[in-house]
Design a protein around this ligand. Structure first.
Ligand code: GUN
Length: 283
């Protein structure tokens, strides 16, 4: 029997809890999040809009700072520095990808690690690697919450993560290792990918290729987590997993949409609140 993991429902529950926590908290200022959006990438616009709406629902003060695609690296770094020093914003997020004239690494390095609610700063990724996470990249963090909400055991399980990005694949592997899973990271150069993924008790896919994972890639009874957000020929949102053919053979699977996406946004809100608490307690 297959359980479809209700990421949207879980996200709504966690957001409601967070809203109540914030309303009952004696924080001097509401938690504040600034999202910097450079240029007009259509997918980024949608993601940023969803973050803005979630913040509003929950009682997080949010601002979207829109900069033109032609902005210089220097100007963007100066803007980040301004928010690093602005006590009204406890979290700073620079939406990726950035235009080619801007060095993404320099930008992520410039964010104050205490305000790095995306968890992409080298200091935060280093802490995660050492098993002492403080700010955790939101997509893998949200996936861990789903495993726990559905009581999916991780200890000793064979997990294959397909995709080695700094945003999803690498931090995902670290979080799973910390929970005693046996983790393999696969990627576009992996030979005979299907032979490997067929061994997985838990298969996590973040490769950005619509409907790529078909049933030949999946062990019967596996847990399948789909991080993909792709548009098919008709403009329909599809995941990296061919849901209709794969779902019946799994024990648990996330849909797209309403799976991983809403959890990513929720973890961003939770981390913004936690960052606000830490910053308030530090003064
Ligand atoms: N672009 C795609 N996913 C993300 C994310 O989680 N954070 C940021 N900042 N940009 C992204």
């Amino acid at each position: 029997m297959t359980t479809i993991i209700d990421g949207k429902g879980l996200a709504e529950r966690l957001q409601q809890e967070l809203k109540e926590t914030i309303a009952n908290d004696s924080l001097e200022n509401p938690p504040g999040l600034v999202v910097i959006l450079v240029g007009d990438n259509p997918a980024s616009q949608v993601y940023v809009r969803n973050k803005e709406l979630a913040a509003k629902r929950i009682g997080i003060h949010s601002k979207v700072d829109r900069l033109p695609a032609s902005v210089t690296e220097e100007a963007l770094l100066a803007r980040i520095d301004q928010y690093n020093r602005d006590a009204a914003f406890h979290g700073i997020l620079v939406q990726l990808p950035l235009p080619i004239q801007i060095d993404e690494e320099k930008v992520l390095d410039a964010i104050d690690p205490k305000k790095d609610v995306d968890g992409f700063h080298p200091l935060n990724l280093g802490k995660l690697f050492l098993g002492k996470p403080e700010m955790i990249p939101c997509t893998p963090y949200g996936i861990m919450k789903m495993f726990d909400a559905y009581h999916i055991p991780l200890e000793g399980k064979k997990v294959v993560v397909v995709g080695r990005s700094n945003i999803v694949g690498k931090p995902m592997a670290q979080l799973l290792l910390a929970r005693h899973a046996t983790v393999t990271i696969a990627h576009s150069r992996t030979e005979d990918l299907a032979a490997l993924t067929q061994t997985a008790d838990i298969l996590i896919v973040a490769i950005g290729r619509g409907n790529f994972i078909t049933k030949e890639f999946v062990k019967p009874g596996a847990v399948v987590i789909d991080v993909g957000m792709n548009r098919d020929q008709d403009g329909k949102l599809v995941g990296d997993v061919a849901f209709d053919e794969v779902a019946p053979m799994t024990s648990f699977i996330t849909p797209v949409p309403k799976g991983v996406g809403p959890m990513t946004i929720t973890m961003l809100m939770i981390q913004t609140y936690e960052a606000a608490k830490r910053q308030e307690n530090a003064v």
